[in-house]
Design a protein around this ligand. Structure first.
Ligand code: G4P
Length: 522
């Protein structure tokens, strides 16, 4: 039987260490996790089920894989799409954001708005994704709640509309004012935060004498916020003018239930989506989905390749034959899986908002659409401006075939962008990355997975702009610029620095030199 309960599909975005893994675990604890195995990844021994498919990932304690955690809460199915923690993999994060309907921005109360949070927020704004803000680590000393509200307003130009307000300053977290009911939600600690923290709701008259002073202060601030127009407004939230704010301690499971309630009550459900031709698919139309991530090598025992797709419309049933929009070829979905960390389970049915993994679908690339019925293709997943460039070649020339196969595979997965030109030839393509750690992934996988150790030569470019075939001809031979082509056909002009790019654009007004969205690692 298909599970047609309403869906909420979201991602948590944050600067590394803000508590994303801890919050993910706390959310899963609060809800009934549908598929438990390997569901949560994170750091430390406490989380034994880390996504350690790659030795490097393990050594650094960072999560490179993207997966979705699915669970049921209040008769809704929640899809939490994971994003990599390290800013060098922000390109992956951007792709994930094309697959969600809302984002939870996690802010460390002690640190305020950090660079990666700001960048990710900008991507949400660009894509029109409503953002819920969670101020985390309220159990530790940090900035004041009002200071944090000012920061959100000043740095990201979003009007914060707190739905809860902390009782007790940062470091003395007693509970929150539920700003919609004026009640006090009092939290009680559990040992190590390992179980759901009990909470008691009460009216002002029932507040314990011990809490009375801090409660009064919090309540006054809550009333002032109301007078200041900082109350939630659903329309303004959905149009990206405001962000509902909550206070939490993921480590102690405080505020986690409120976040889940908020996601159900306020976050948008999967909705109709427009294709590039202008055709629109309603959620209950025939099946369609788009690929937002391709990944292989998750299981070294058998070389699998997974294309993660977000379902846009219609029900999915395993075995269903779909059309691949890019090639118009039919494609049998015999092997579709639900994907959690490194573990996969076969999926029989799935609904709009769900994430499924197609196994060994060699033809599927990031951004591809698959559908049933009338033709539809969803807009491409945007790519961001690379800022790091190397030329790559096989260390062992006898392994050129393996080298080629590996580079092609990593290109399809979007691990790096691969740029080629006649001048450089196929033996030493240019690899372009948003963050330099992407090159380490290439190095590791080329050696261990494709059996072709690789050599990099750093190139002195810092800036990439998009041009076209005419532009490529005009720019050929100019000083300080090189034009190469991406495998999707896009011409990229590489410049040594911003200044050279600007001067070239100024002196050649007829040449297309389009800026790509900036996404560079801090
Ligand atoms: P990330 O995925 O965003 O990178 O962050 P992660 O959850 O790994 O959390 C980073 C650190 O912050 C961890 O400490 C974690 O325990 C701590 N943390 C997360 N949420 C809270 C919170 O609400 N309150 C407090 N006080 N700490 C929190 P660590 O020492 O780096 O790792 P661990 O050994 O404790 O796992």
């Amino acid at each position: 039987m298909p599970d047609t309960r309403p869906r909420r599909t979201f991602a948590v975005i944050s600067h590394p260490d803000a508590g994303k893994s801890t919050l993910t675990e706390a959310l899963a604890l609060h809800a009934r996790v549908i598929n438990e195995a390997g569901a949560v990844h994170g750091k430390g021994d406490r989380r034994a089920t880390v996504s350690d498919w790659m030795a490097m990932e393990k050594a650094r304690g960072i999560s490179i894989t993207s997966a979705a955690l699915q669970f049921v809460y209040r008769d809704h199915v929640i899809n939490l799409v994971d994003t990599p923690g390290h800013s060098d993999f922000s390109e992956d994060t951007y792709r994930v954001l094309s697959a969600v309907d809302s984002a939870v921005m996690l802010v460390d109360a002690g640190k305020g708005l950090e660079p990666q949070t700001l960048k990710l927020f900008r991507v949400c704004a660009l894509r029109g994704i409503p953002v819920i803000t969670v101020i985390n680590k309220w159990d530790r000393p940090g900035l004041s709640a009002l200071e944090l509200m000012d920061l959100i307003q000043a740095k990201i130009n979003l009007r914060p509309t707190p739905l809860t307000w902390p009782v007790g300053e940062a470091g003395d977290f007693r509970g929150v004012v539920d700003r919609r009911t004026d009640e006090f939600i009092k939290y009680t600690r559990t040992a190590g935060g390992a179980t759901i923290a009990p909470e008691r709701r009460m009216g002002a008259d029932d507040v314990d004498p011990d809490d009375l002073d801090v409660w009064k202060m919090a309540f006054e601030e809550h009333e002032l916020l109301g007078l200041d127009g900082a109350d939630h407004d659903q329309e303004r939230f959905l149009s990206g003018e405001t962000t509902p704010v909550m206070f939490a301690s993921a480590l102690q499971n405080f505020g986690v239930g409120q976040l889940l309630d908020l996601l159900l009550d306020l976050a948008p459900a999967p909705h109709a989506t427009e294709g590039v031709s202008g055709a629109v698919r309603e959620v209950d139309d025939e099946f369609s989905a788009f690929v937002f991530k391709v990944q292989s090598g998750m299981n070294t025992a058998h070389r699998d390749r997974l294309a993660y797709a977000r379902i846009v419309s219609g029900s999915f049933e395993r075995g269903m034959v779909v059309t691949h929009a890019a090639t118009k070829k039919p494609f049998a979905t015999k092997f579709a899986q639900a994907v959690f960390g490194r573990d996969t389970t076969s999926v029989e049915t799935a609904e709009p908002g769900d994430i499924i993994g197609f196994v060994n679908a060699q033809a599927l690339r990031v951004g591809d659409t698959v559908y049933v019925g009338d033709e539809i293709a969803y807009p491409p997943v945007p790519s961001f401006a690379p800022e790091h460039f190397v030329s790559a070649s096989a260390s062992d020339i006898g392994r050129y075939k393996q080298f080629r196969r590996g580079i092609e595979q990593l290109d399809q997965e979007g691990v790096v962008q691969v740029l080629r030109s006649d001048l450089r030839g196929d033996q030493s393509p240019v690899l372009a990355a948003v963050g330099p750690m992407q090159f380490e992934v290439v190095e590791d996988r080329m050696t261990n997975e494709f059996n072709s150790p690789i050599r990099f030569t750093r190139l002195d470019y810092q800036v990439a702009r998009r041009t076209d075939a005419d532009g490529a001809r005009s720019l050929a031979g100019m000083r300080g610029v090189e034009v190469l082509q991406r495998s999707d056909g896009t011409h990229m002009a590489l410049f040594v620095d911003q200044w050279r790019a600007k001067v070239t654009a100024r002196d050649n007004p007829d040449v297309m030199l389009e800026e790509l969205p900036a996404g560079g690692a801090a």
